[in-house]
Design a protein around this ligand. Structure first.
Ligand code: AHR
Length: 334
């Protein structure tokens, strides 16, 4: 299992303290109270978390981990603001409220990649550092935020593509189940997968969104199978739920996953790892959501006015067999 190497600084907690001075996306004037928690005044550091909210197992694990990390015991008051039905306007409204309220720092997991410039500029004018969690922004202007903390979607998907090319040396037909249009990680994953495929003989028959959902993954793949007389040998599902849905559709079409069709997914949630162990999926690439401690380290550095790299990559591993999944299932934290 290869660990997802990084283009930028791979993050381990030990590395955070020694982060190379990268492009300084932000060096903020340290507020009166000390950085990171109970400052000199004994007040809590206020963190506005503009979150996605209910979206699936990955999101639940990620947002719970953030809430479990930024606790009062750690010196923080976390104000959790999940989007209303994944609606960006509700996120922008929450972001604006946090700026008006004068929180010490904002964490942002964006439902949409574009449309954030005005909000980020307002936070910058108010000298409130913004840290992107998971999702990037488009166009990417890293002068508008301190850093982005996430696994590297391009590298993760590149490894999925490399596995696909190696698994189908003589080619075959494949389809892609994408996340929602407008979400930055969708474009990054498509880019990485195509790079990983290289000069493969695999043929792309179709790509459609199934909105991160198992139900839609099943219905979209059912339609794809019917439209192509079941002649599809590979599914690249950009998250676990869509891949699990595709596995249901394959089974109902009389296909055997692993024999007639292979299904590769990204996230590495418990259900997908169990499905990989049981042969209902063929490959799972982790997209590690548990980076709360990392975010806290970065918040402390930002509030202390220190510089941090503009993109902090969370290491993630690939799992290409039932045996690989079984080896880690017992200790799975999400
Ligand atoms: O941005 C990360 C993606 O969002 C995950 O892969 C998916 O499961 C989540 O909904």
């Amino acid at each position: 299992m290869s660990v997802n190497t990084r283009i930028r600084t791979v993050l381990g907690l030990a590395a955070v303290g020694a982060l190379a001075l990268g492009l300084a996306a932000c060096s903020t004037a340290a507020p009166e109270e000390g950085a990171g928690g109970e400052g000199g005044t004994g007040e809590l550091t206020t963190v506005g978390f503009v979150a996605v909210g209910p979206e699936g197992a990955w999101r639940e694990a990620n947002e719970q981990n953030i809430q479990d990390t930024f606790t009062e015991d750690a010196g923080y008051e976390l104000k959790y603001a999940p989007a209303t039905n994944l609606d960006q306007k509700s996120q922008i409204d929450a972001f604006t409220s946090f700026v008006d309220e004068g929180v010490d720092v904002i964490l942002l997991s964006a439902t949409e990649a574009s449309g954030w410039e005005d909000s980020l500029k307002r936070a910058q004018e108010a000298e409130i550092p913004v840290i992107l969690l998971d999702r990037g922004i488009e166009p990417d202007d890293d002068s508008l935020y301190v850093t982005r903390i996430a696994p590297d979607n391009v590298e993760v998907a590149k490894e999925v593509g490399a596995w696909a090319a190696a698994t189908f040396p003589d080619g075959g037909n494949y389809v892609v189940l994408e996340g929602p249009a407008g979400v930055g990680v969708v474009n990054e994953r498509n880019k990485g997968f195509d790079e990983g495929l290289g000069d493969t003989k695999l043929t792309k028959l179709d790509a459609q969104t199934a909105n991160w959902s198992a139900e839609e993954g099943k219905s979209v793949f059912e339609t794809m199978l019917k439209a192509n007389n079941n002649n599809i040998q590979l599914v690249f599902a950009q998250n676990d739920e869509m891949g699990l849905g595709a596995a249901q559709a394959a089974e109902e079409a009389g296909l055997v996953v692993g024999k007639d069709v292979k299904i590769a997914t990204i996230d590495g949630t418990k259900n997908a790892m169990q499905a990989l162990a049981d042969g209902q999926l063929s490959y799972v690439h982790e997209y590690n959501p548990l980076f709360g401690e990392t975010a806290l380290e970065v918040v402390e550095k930002a509030l202390a006015g220190e510089e941090v790299d503009s993109y902090i990559v969370v290491p993630s591993e690939e799992f290409d067999s039932a045996e690989a999944a079984k080896a880690v299932l017992a200790d799975r934290k999400y």
